[in-house]
Ligand binder design. Structure first.
Ligand code: 13P
Ligand code: SF4
Length: 378
């Protein structure tokens, strides 16, 4: 849910024609004026110019912690995608946080509302509710923990909160699955089948116990009753279109052409890529791994292009390649640019914030339950 509280003081159109220098100066002026009342968060996939304007940057888990810990700030401008801004709203506006701020909410602003996530859109709440009902015809849903990847709408986080479930990110998926299996013998994992499969594989769960639920196939998600009864992890048929582009042939080509090279991928990559990589992990882990490697290490990295290019610039002492021969960038993350950032900051400064992402109270309450379970696990 999004609200623009009042008519904005400034229209967006004129910002398009400003140079990056002008935009940067104006952004800095608002940042100086707002001081600690303003926090700009940037995900690692953001463009360099935007990252340069972020107070803090991180992976999805780190960013949700930052929002949860946000002290006395009044505005979070989230340079990332919509589900991240929703999560920040839920965590920054917990009742105890609002009380500590004398009743003041934090407005969470997404500079461009078109910055969504195509993977998150692959699981809609009515599809998940239908799947849950259908599963109930075959197996005991009290013995299933629903787990949603943080890359999902707040309505899905709320669903898992209401059904004893939990949220995970790419950095804690294994701990979260362990938490789930300590409670129930099965998991329904959405929306990313690859993160679910790759993580469960490291726990020794074979693929024949991980059927894929296709929400568009009305007969048990395209599965036999036997496959569902035999399941340990039911995977949702969703994926990231960016990470889907990295192929095992690319890994083979780098290993052939660059002896000694190490393959470093995000767990949203397909299983056949993930299982032959040297290291797999969240964007935070990818950065840490490169940062801690000795000079002269050779890497082929399978994650979003902006992050890989930044790592190349920041680590000239290492040899860094992009794992795919084609451009794999997240077009929605890319929608956040200096023009949208400046426009949203100047409107905020004028007292007419635009693109405020506000999750309704009931959805927030159950989502918070699922997010707090996650924060307590890791
Ligand atoms: P991280 O949690 O690893 O930052 O991943 C976010 C994301 O959207 C990856 O596609
Ligand atoms: Fe969504 Fe993939 Fe973009 Fe991440 S990289 S925000 S999962 S589309």
């Amino acid at each position: 849910m999004t609200t623009t509280l009042e008519t904005p003081a400034f229209d967006f159109a004129p910002y398009r024609s400003l140079s990056n220098e002008e935009l940067t100066d104006r952004i800095n002026a608002v940042r100086r004026k707002q001081g600690s009342r303003l926090m700009i968060l940037g995900h690692h996939y953001q463009q360099d110019e935007v990252i340069a304007q972020s107070d803090l940057r991180g992976d999805s888990y780190q960013l949700s912690k930052m929002a949860a810990d946000s002290g006395d700030c009044r505005h979070i401008v989230f340079c990332g995608v919509h589900f991240m801004a929703e999560t920040a709203d839920i965590l920054a506006n917990r009742p105890e946080k609002i009380a500590a701020r004398d009743g003041h909410r934090v407005d969470v602003i997404l500079p461009d509302m078109a910055a969504g996530c195509s993977m998150a859109d692959m699981a809609a709440i009515d599809q998940v509710e239908n799947a849950w009902e259908d599963l109930g015809e075959l197996i005991d849903t009290n013995d299933i923990t629903p787990v949603t990847y943080i890359n999902s709408a707040a309505s899905l986080k709320s669903f898992v909160g209401r059904h004893g479930g939990i949220v995970c990110t790419s950095s804690n998926a294994a701990s979260v699955l362990k938490w789930a299996f300590a409670r129930t013998s099965r998991v329904l994992f959405f929306p990313d089948q690859h993160l679910g499969r790759n993580t469960a594989q490291t726990m020794g769960i074979p693929n024949d116990q991980m059927p894929v639920w296709n929400p568009y196939d009305l007969e048990f998600g395209g599965n036999t009753a036997e496959a569902i009864r035999n399941s340990k992890v039911i995977l949702w048929k969703g994926h990231c279109s960016v990470h889907q582009m990295f192929k095992k042939e690319h890994v083979a080509a780098f290993r052939r052409d660059y002896p000694g090279i190490q393959i470093l991928v995000h767990p949203e990559c397909m299983q056949e890529v993930n299982e032959i990589a040297d290291v797999s992990g969240s964007t935070g882990k990818i950065i840490e791994t490169v940062r801690n490697a000795p000079a002269g290490t050779k890497w082929a990295i399978g994650t979003e292009l902006h992050l890989v290019n930044r790592l190349k610039q920041e680590h000239p002492e290492q040899e860094i390649h992009f794992l795919s021969p084609v451009v794999c960038m997240c077009a929605t993350m890319y929608r956040i640019d200096l023009a949208h950032l400046c426009w949203s900051l100047e409107n905020l400064d004028a007292g007419t914030p635009v693109n405020v992402v506000r999750v309704d109270d009931e959805t927030s309450q159950w989502s918070r339950t699922a997010l707090e379970r996650m924060l307590s696990v890791t």
